[in-house]
Ligand binder design. Structure first.
Ligand code: FES
Length: 148
């Protein structure tokens, strides 16, 4: 049995300790806001925060999450209202299909926490998530609202 801290709560995981954190979150803990895209660390749909840093949950065995603080999109979202990044996403009407957007928002939230005024190069370096709908111009517009 593994105990992990997710969204400020200690949660127990009874499965194989090599299970990717993504599947522990989705299948065992019911936190389905974190998405499966490629399973290979490329797309970023599974992005969560590990000790505040954006990481691909499909690439982290759940046993490596022990003792670290995991935040998912459910934990980023305040009990009432929206996180600032989510509000900017709504204002800029970023999502098309929306599937990749939880991971995208997690990546941007981590970027802005570490660097509240990123330049274009820092945005490209910090947000490597993929969007098959091509919402990138609206993502840049939303980030622009946040760094004014
Ligand atoms: Fe993890 Fe694509 S599902 S990076």
């Amino acid at each position: 049995m593994i105990t992990i801290t997710v969204n400020g709560q200690e949660r127990r995981f009874e499965g194989d300790e090599d299970t990717p954190l993504l599947w522990a979150l989705r299948e065992d803990l019911g936190l389905t806001g974190t998405k499966f895209g490629c399973g290979a660390g490329l797309c970023g749909a599974c992005t969560v925060h590990v000790d505040g840093e954006a990481m691909r949950a499909c690439q982290i065995p759940v046993n490596m999450a022990q003792g670290r603080s995991i935040t998912t999109i459910e934990g980023l979202t305040p009990a009432e209202g929206l996180h600032a990044v989510q509000a900017a996403w709504v204002a800029a009407q970023v999502p098309q299909c929306g599937y990749c957007q939880p991971g995208m928002i997690m990546a941007v939230a981590a970027l802005l926490k570490g660097n509240p005024r990123p330049d274009t190069a820092a945005i490209h370096a910090g947000v490597t998530n993929l969007c098959r709908c091509g919402t990138y111009p609206r993502i840049v517009a939303a980030i622009g609202q946040l760094v004014k």
